[in-house]
Design a protein around this ligand. Structure first.
Ligand SMILES: [Zn+2]
Length: 224
């Protein structure tokens, strides 16, 4: 199971801003938590992120990264703005059956974990949903310009709770199995200076090394 996590915005594009917070930073923190929980606690899951630092990546490039990797699921993380409160999620507006099914299972888990207003399961013509070849979801996690929501988003523990809700949903949607060959440790695989993955399962680490060993100048496996 290959899951691409997409932290929205980045670099010169901060996304929504409000109450001293920037969306791009919150998105990245939540996405990293999702990745770290998945690789630490589940078997047979490979996770990549479209970005793992504060860099700008275009929408088409995000989709292309997922398509070229052959991801089985694409999950884009965002924070809302514009007046409102609570959580909503989006799938592409043609409502592909596989995306509907995953949204039906993932959305309520996030609402339940966060304990916030459910704004509903929605669909939209967003580029990352349109251009990805696999089922995809985009989540909007509270409103950065609403003081009460921003207070929660400023809390580090709550960002982990948001991530946990996403992971609970992924577990149900894709029957992910608990357990790790990594003894609970998470290892980054860094190829020629670029992190290509982070894994808790030893087999996934070996698979990543095999994929790169013919072409890489150096491969580093580093415990996080
Ligand atoms: Zn956004």
């Amino acid at each position: 199971m290959k899951i691409m996590i997409d932290p929205g915005h980045g670099g010169h594009d901060p996304g929504a801003v409000g109450n001293g917070l920037q969306e791009k930073t919150l998105n990245l923190t939540i996405a990293r938590h999702i990745r770290d929980i998945l690789v630490a606690e589940y078997q047979g899951v490979e996770v990549r992120m479209t970005r793992d630092s504060d860099v700008f990546i275009g929408l088409s490039q995000r989709a292309a990264l997922a398509n070229s990797w052959g991801a089985n699921y694409f999950m884009s993380i965002h924070i809302n703005a514009g007046g409102g409160t609570g959580f909503e999620s989006y799938i592409y507006n043609t409502r592909p059956a596989s995306s509907v099914r995953a949204q039906d299972l993932i959305h309520p888990q996030i609402v339940q974990a966060m304990g916030v207003t459910d704004r509903g399961k929605k669909s939209a013509n967003f580029a990352v949903l349109r251009e990805t070849n696999m089922p995809a979801i985009l989540t909007e996690n509270l409103f950065i310009d609403r003081a009460a929501d921003a207070t929660r988003l400023a809390n580090a523990t709550f960002l982990r709770t948001i991530a946990r809700g996403h992971v609970n949903g992924l577990e149900r949607a894709f029957n992910l199995r608990k357990g790790s060959g990594g003894g609970g440790n998470v290892y980054r695989v860094i190829v020629d200076g670029t992190q290509v993955g982070a894994y808790g399962d030893h087999q996934n680490i070996l698979n990543e090394i095999r994929r790169n060993v013919g072409t890489a100048r150096n491969i580093l496996v580093q415990r996080t």
